[in-house]
Design a protein around this ligand. Sequence first.
Ligand code: NAD
Length: 326
Amino acid sequence: MKVAVTGGAGFIGANLCRALAARPEIDRVVAYDNLSTGDAANLDGSVAELVVGDILDRALLRDVLDSADAVVHLAARPSVPRSLADPVASHDANATGTVNVLEACRHAGAHLVAASSSSVYGATPELPKHEDLPTRPLSPYAASKLAAESYALAYGSSFGLPALVLRFFNVYGPLQSTGHAYAAAIPAFVHAALSGKPLAVHGDGRQTRDFTFVGSVVDVLTQAVLGRVTAGTPVNLAFGESVSIRQVIEIIGEVLGRDLEVCYGPSRTGDVRHSHGANDRLLALFPGLAPIRLADGLRQTIDWFATTGAYPVSTGRPAGARSATV
Ligand code: NAD
């Protein structure tokens, strides 16, 4: 069996390629990535092959995906702030790029598993977020992910493309990049804490997120590929463990055995206030999932940052920030 992973040199993609390459049922794993936010080094020591290419390059994409039995589509320009800085680039990569991947899958007759995002719920106030709620994107990133998942499902109904769309909720863990303006919260916190710097929080820290350890995401993606799982609607990939940013910082402090200095800055445009995913649809498709709980996942993440030394870069403090200790 050949599996292609777009965005395979990125954070989730490289974790996935490593896991897929270790499975006896899979003979070839090909990571297709333009290395814009990913890194070839994320695949060091793995037998996964890397093809450097862009999902906007339709000819190369079609060539590489041609003989694939399954495609996991993770390539995207992630992050809300990045999409505010350049909405057209986010649209091109996330929406147009997805249509290109769907065309290549259609040509290859491949099963598709595609990454969407909890951000599609946006301004919808109900909690927990379940898949039948209306979607109200608050950012160009969220709108582009909604377009991408709509296309994937439309290719299912129009062309019979076997597809599964998973809405990821705040994934964290080893290989997640940090030390740059668009870093996600957990790697930015871990990196700051290990560097002895204050943790920069956007807003009052009482906003909540449903954090998912990358190992749990990889487990679902692997089962989806091997079981050729499909669904006619999007499916939340969440485990219902919604916590506030303040609680996350407390746990990081507990793991490190010390109080952490925190500075609070203004909230960011496009960020949702609360996020908590319902997962009955996920558990119906994948019974018996055993997700890694937040405290264990944070411990593994901190260990990874500490042992690889992937942290000593300054995070900076948001404008108008004030400090406190948690
Ligand atoms: P990432 O930035 O580490 O991975 C994205 C990968 O896609 C990178 O390796 C990048 O180089 C590659 N890429 C970007 N544009 C490309 C293009 N035009 N052609 C080819 N490759 C391209 O981010 P990630 O966190 O691993 O995200 C993976 C997927 O999961 C994305 O689709 C993202 O929208 C989705 N997602 C992630 C989270 C999260 O919390 N990390 C949450 C919701 C959804």
